[in-house]
Ligand binder design. Structure first.
Ligand code: FEO
Length: 399
């Protein structure tokens, strides 16, 4: 496979030498229906430099792309912007194959890489404001702690105005096109939002601060080069502007109704609630959990103002799929939501109270008492469901 794969030219100095993972459908619990890419970048400076690597199974592909433009042994420096193994998994093999003069990471990255790979190789720390001469070109570094790992940092190629932003501004999108301007805008916005909702949402306040910090650096960004998905060489502010909006999590008139059902009772309640929400002027998305993945629910919640959750009671508990979705959503810490709970039961009916407890723990402002219906809802029960939807819509309209 030595030269089977080709590097893709980004500009006169930089090549993409990553890998396209067309087949991945689960990324630690996040459904990646469109696959992903692991982007690594080669800077052809006096000191040839590799920025990040790829997930371990793709290491030969990365080395092959590098070999299509230079002898991998000519690489002087490797910089790890982020230690998570989709970007560092090939680092030990790359060090072994390339034998670089120096390997760099953030100070936390040095520790994190050591804890991952236990290799006998010195990794040098870089900190905020450091610069690194590559001879004819220069790099600077921006610490982005907790975005989304403690080790995360950006690398900036000063002369060309390229920001290598690791996970930030990326998306899980496998494509033969390497540049965002070659891809449909709606796909970019949806997959960018999905990435933000499922990875960065709990860190929204840090995202806001980071955007302010990068703004104050007063740097020119000609190319935005994340570690997943396409590279931005036009409209480089588009993703940062979306990040600013998504991080603010402003209350909107959209309601997401998430539920599962055993014998269709909770499902018909969900539909009646949905009709009440619509009649009240809300935009409504019903998400039955047999048809919708938890990570797609998170994506819809990103721009929602209300979260309504329904579950039957099974063996004194909420339904397992509902517990799964709520555990996931709770971890993502969405803000500025109102909500309620509903569900059918036969004997004990604990699920609605359990859901309300989780929603309260998520700081979702509860509207009404929620609705429990024994066995199968009759017309009166469905009218109550419609009214609950209308009540939530009325609360949303106050925003
Ligand atoms: Fe793409 Fe946080 O790794």
């Amino acid at each position: 496979m030595k030269k089977a794969f080709k590097a893709i030219k980004v500009n006169d100095h930089v090549y993409w030498v990553g890998a396209i993972d067309w087949g991945i459908r689960d990324f630690h619990g996040y459904a990646t229906q469109r696959g992903t890419t692991y982007n690594a970048y080669l800077i052809l400076a006096d000191k040839v430099t590799l920025i990040d690597t790829v997930k371990a199974p793709f290491k030969e592909e990365m080395l092959s792309r590098i070999a299509s433009v230079i002898d991998p042994g000519d690489i002087s420096y490797i910089i790890s912007n982020h230690s998570e193994m989709d970007h560092s998994g090939s680092l030990p093999e790359a060090i072994e194959a390339v034998k670089p003069e120096r390997v760099f990471a953030s100070a936390v990255g040095v520790e994190t890489l050591a804890s991952h790979f236990h290799i006998d190789r010195e990794i040098l720390p870089l900190k905020e404001g450091d610069s690194l001469s590559l001879g004819n070109l220069n790099l600077s570094f921006v610490e982005t702690k907790m975005l989304h790992w403690p080790d995360s940092m950006f690398t900036y190629l000063i002369e060309d105005g390229i920001l290598f932003s690791q996970d930030a501004f990326g998306m899980h999108l496998a494509s033969s096109e390497r540049f965002a301007d070659e891809i449909d805008d709606d796909i970019l916005e949806y997959e960018g939002a999905k990435y933000f909702a499922n990875i960065l949402l709990p860190l929204s306040s840090l995202v806001t601060r980071l955007l302010e910090k990068v703004g104050k650096l007063n740097i020119t960004i000609n190319i935005l080069a994340p570690d997943h998905g396409p590279i931005w060489r036009k409209d480089v502010n588009r993703m940062p502007e979306f990040y600013s909006k998504w991080a603010a999590q402003k209350l909107t008139r959209k309601a997401v109704v998430v539920y599962d059902t055993m014998w269709q009772s909770t499902a018909v309640m969900a539909r009646a609630i949905g009709d009440g929400l619509s009649a009240g002027g809300a935009s409504v998305k019903l998400m039955p959990l047999r048809a919708c993945h938890r990570s797609d629910v998170a994506t819809e919640i990103l721009d929602a103002g209300a979260l309504l959750v329904g579950s039957p009671t099974m063996n004194n508990n909420m339904f397992p799929t509902v517990a799964d979705a709520l555990t996931y959503l709770r971890g993502l810490k969405p803000r500025n939501l109102i909500g309620t709970a509903f569900g059918s039961y036969g004997w004990t009916g604990e699920a609605v109270g359990q859901i309300k407890d989780v929603l309260s723990a998520m700081k979702v402002e509860l509207v009404g008492e929620g609705i429990k219906v024994r066995y199968v809802p009759d017309d009166d029960a469905l009218a109550q469901c419609f009214s609950l939807g209308s009540l939530v819509a009325a609360e949303l309209s106050k925003s």
